[in-house]
Structure formats: C-alpha cells, structure tokens
Ligand binder design. Sequence first.
Ligand code: TMP
Ligand code: ASP
Length: 265
Amino acid sequence: MKKGKKLYEGKAKILYAAPDKGTAIQHFKDDATAFNNQKKAIIEGKGILNNRISEHILSSLNHIGIETHLIKRINMREQLIKLVEIIPIEFIIRNIATGSLTKRLGIEEGTILEKPLLEFCYKDDSLGDPLIAREHIYAFNYCDVKTLNFITNQCFRINDFLQGMFKGIGIKLVDFKLEFGRTRKNESGSTTEKILLADEISPDTCRLWDATSEKKLDKDIFRKDLGNLIKGYQEVARRLDILHEQTNIRPIKFTKPIAVKIKKK
Ligand code: TMP
Ligand code: ASP
C-alpha cells in the first residue's frame, strides 16, 4: 500500500496518509520512552511486537462489538486504520494499585482494588498528562456528557474482556491506558460521527504481570531497568499464540524415540 505524507509523529508511532479518504497508516517505531520522554531508547523489534499484539487485541474487541479504528494490519510494522480525531483524554483503568496511583495517594503497591478504577488524564506531554476530573472535561469541552458516559461504559467492558483474556494465559491485567477518537464528518456533513477505540493496546500501554511470579511483562521492564523488554513482550505474544511469524524461535528438536525392550513374561 502506498504511503502518503506524514500526518503526525508521536513517541512510539507515526501516522501517514493512506490512499482512501478517511483512512491512515499507523507505523509502530522501536522507540521507547518513559517518564514523559525523559528516558529514551531504541529497542529493536518492539514496534513489530506491539503492531502484532495490538492488532490481535483490537480485532478480539471488534468481535465482541467494540468498534475500533483498526481496519487491518498491512505488514510487520504497519496497520491501516480509520482516521479519527483523538479526544484529548487518556483513560486509565486500574485493577491493582501500582505506578502513579501508589505515589499519588500512598496506596500500598499491589493492593487489589475492590472495583476497577477509571481515571482521566489530560493528554498533553508538555503538562505531563495531568490527572483531571469529569468537571474539567465538561468545563473545557474535551467531550460531552453523552460521549463520556459511552466511553466510560466501553472502558469497563474492555477491562472485563481483557482481564478474562489475560487470565486465561496466566497474566494479571494490572492497569492500562485507552484513547478514543471521533470519526471525521465528510464535507457534506452526512457521515454520522462515531466514537472509536483508537491508538494501541500493547505491553507499552498496559501493565501485565505473570499470574504466579508477578514478573513484569510490560514497559515497566524499561521504566525500571528490570531486564530484557523484548523477552517480556515476546512472552505475552507467545502466550496469546501469535508469535508464529517470528523467525528467531528455536526450531523444535525431535529426538529419536528410545527403543524399549519389553520383557516376555
Ligand atoms: P501510571 O501508573 O504511570 O499512571 O500508568 C497507568 C497505566 O497507563 C500503565 O499501564 C501505563 C499506561 N500509560 C500509558 O500508556 N501512557 C502514559 O503516558 C502513561 C502515563 C501511562
Ligand atoms: N508514555 C509516557 C512517556 O513516553 C509515559 C510512560 O509510558 O511512562 O514518557
């Protein structure tokens, strides 16, 4: 597919124009950043894994009726997506207390929350994506009541589904971040506006812990220098059963069957 001009470059992805109107190509880079861009690295292969994992998760959500921006993955690093206007809010859903929640409120690390907690952050890197209340969203018209209620409902549905999906492969979904966007109205204004799940869902945007050992399998490996990030992301992809295309998996060695002598009685 022919890539058009660059529309936007973020920390981990680039958006290019696509041939069809209202669509774009989302390219996953190998760049890793943390703490609002203060820590940076290029981690070879991260973009490929996130592209594949996010495609798998968003397609699974599509199957349960959550409308997303994903049209299809087109190669190792790119997806064709519906172009949306991103609502400037990061929706954070938490099941277990860690990260900024523990720092902000002194909640003990690892506390299991009685109910999933939804937080809103204003999406602005220069301000460090500050936590905001519903009232800020309405006061500054980031989105209206109806849209926010719809998105809130989607967030909890997505959390329910993903918690179950990860539980089935021995992973705790500790917390994650979602972004939503509005489809653009066409020139005549006849296209009805839709709210779609956008951006990505990957180990860059979730905290994923092994259910038994609580070993981190997400971007905290990079944030906290816990080891090899690619190994963690590959482990997530392997358990999701989507690592088939990777060429660096060691072939299975077949050993000769051992001849067993059966003694005659
Ligand atoms: P936090 O504990 O640092 O607030 O992060 C909560 C969750 O949101 C965690 O899964 C990481 C994700 N997240 C992002 O995807 N992007 C961000 O910019 C931030 C701050 C968090
Ligand atoms: N995404 C943010 C950054 O790149 C924060 C984070 O994920 O830790 O700085």
